[in-house]
Design a protein around this ligand. Structure first.
Ligand SMILES: [Zn+2]
Length: 447
């Protein structure tokens, strides 16, 4: 582990996406990190030659790409043990595979799994994650302890449900207990570790939450200026259920609107089956969307109309949605985002494809925007906090020993190789605020 407040430089192929559709690359680049922030970026030789008052410790890992840390806007801590399990759609899958593992995510089991979960995030190059815990106070407390230790930037919340919770008999006063515990956790953890940890009030979705619970969650989030996270319009059966539960509402989104759940600090998972009124309502409230394409494919939930959501001006980030998404690898989520739009394009001839640079934007700076953190993270700009991912290009290139081939790769080539072939096997180091939170066990030595 490196100390977060020293000065170091790191060289490599710098790649980031300041805007949707804009890709920026510098092949023989470098950045200098000072007190956890990017203090300089530019050409390696130029930066190396400059005279400085403080000595710079240079890190040279050979042919690498340096990206802003990947941002996962929607995932579930207690579900990771059930990844890739099940063949059914959302509601039966929750009953058969997810509620049983969430029900057990407490005490010693949570203590064993939570640190591994955050280590896995760091190993996959994710530096910021918005996460649901289980319904128990200790599942969230243990989650925060592990997130604190991991060094990652984490927004976490205790799952809130007061209808049919995990299919068990409801304890009496389930609503007041859920609110009390959520408030206690928020008071303790929101903005802890100098703002690296934050709280998200987390009503699961309208199927398992009463109107009173959702309204109270929204009120508390406003009171503490904390985040809100929930699921919206993921699956057709779910939408039918919500329609029967809330007959007075115009549509699913209207249920959340009435409860005050749509705010600029709200992250809405999925948003696949929305009508134009719902999209407009989300845009007006400046609520944000976590697009979870690998999850949507795994559960057969549907193909998100990303173009319509973006056209409305809604901020969109990407989410692994583990365990409905089969892995934490955000490169795979970007790939799925591209594939979903390609699949739609087969039936909607005028639909423009999602480009790799655009998917990458959603997984970095787009996610930062959706979380209200674009001034702090998401690109390699000078002044931003140094959340970085260092990728070994020899681990994604088809012929790792062919240095000529490696040297000829364009910015687009490197990005596409990472999206289609990247993952933990290629990740050398992950940094948050300039502190190394993951280092590959046997980093490749430059030859
Ligand atoms: Zn989810």
């Amino acid at each position: 582990m490196e100390d977060g407040d020293n000065v170091f430089g790191i060289r490599g192929f710098l790649i980031d996406a300041p805007e949707f559709g804009t890709l920026r690359g510098r092949q023989r680049g470098a950045i200098i990190v000072e007190n956890g922030r990017i203090s300089e970026r530019g050409d390696y030789d130029d930066l190396r030659r400059m005279q400085r008052t403080k000595p710079v410790r240079w890190i040279d890992r050979g042919p690498v790409a340096i990206f802003p840390g990947l941002i996962d806007c929607h995932t579930h801590l207690p579900q990771y043990s059930a990844v890739a399990r099940g063949e059914s759609e959302l509601l039966p899958w929750l009953r058969e595979h997810i509620f049983p593992v969430e029900r057990e995510f407490t005490g010693p089991k949570a203590r064993v799994q939570a640190p591994q979960f955050f280590h896995e995030l760091a190993r996959h190059g994710t530096t910021t994650a918005m996460v649901y815990a289980a319904i128990y106070e200790d599942s969230c407390e243990i989650g925060f302890e592990a997130a604190k230790e991991s060094g990652l930037r984490v927004i976490l919340g205790k799952m809130m449900m007061d209808i049919g919770s995990y299919g068990q008999l409801q304890p009496k006063k389930v609503l007041s207990v859920s609110l009390l515990e959520s408030e206690r956790l928020c008071r303790k953890w929101h903005r802890a570790e100098d703002g690296r940890l934050e709280y998200a009030f987390s009503p699961r979705f309208a199927v398992t939450c009463s109107e009173k619970l959702m309204r109270s969650a929204a009120e508390m989030a406003a009171r503490f200026d904390a985040y809100l996270q929930t699921h919206l319009a993921e699956n057709r059966e779910e939408i039918e259920k919500v329609h029967h539960l809330y007959m007075a509402a115009q549509d699913y989104t209207h249920v959340y609107e009435k409860c005050g759940l749509l705010t600029p600090k709200t992250m809405l998972g999925h948003c696949i089956h929305l009508n134009p009124r719902e999209i407009a309502a989300i845009a007006v409230t400046q609520a944000n969307v976590a697009h979870c394409p690998s999850s949507n494919l795994f559960l057969g939930s549907g193909l998100m109309k990303l173009d319509q959501i973006l056209k409305a001006g809604i901020m969109v980030g990407l989410g692994s949605d583990v365990a409905a998404g089969p892995e934490l690898n955000m490169w795979q989520v970007m790939r799925a985002a591209i594939d979903v739009q390609k699949a739609r394009g087969a039936y909607e001839p005028n639909l423009r494809a999602l480009r790799p640079s655009e998917a990458f934007y959603l997984g970095t700076h787009g996610g930062a925007h959706a979380l209200g953190k674009a001034a702090t993270i998401g690109t390699l700009d000078v002044g931003k906090e140094a959340d970085l991912l260092v990728v070994d290009l020899t681990a994604v290139a088809p012929y790792p020993k062919d240095r000529k081939l490696l040297n000829e790769l364009s910015t687009e080539d490197v990005l596409a190789l990472c999206i289609y072939r990247g993952g933990p096997h290629a990740n050398l180091e992950t940094y948050v605020r300039g502190r190394c939170v993951y280092q590959a066990p046997n980093p490749v030595q430059p030859s």
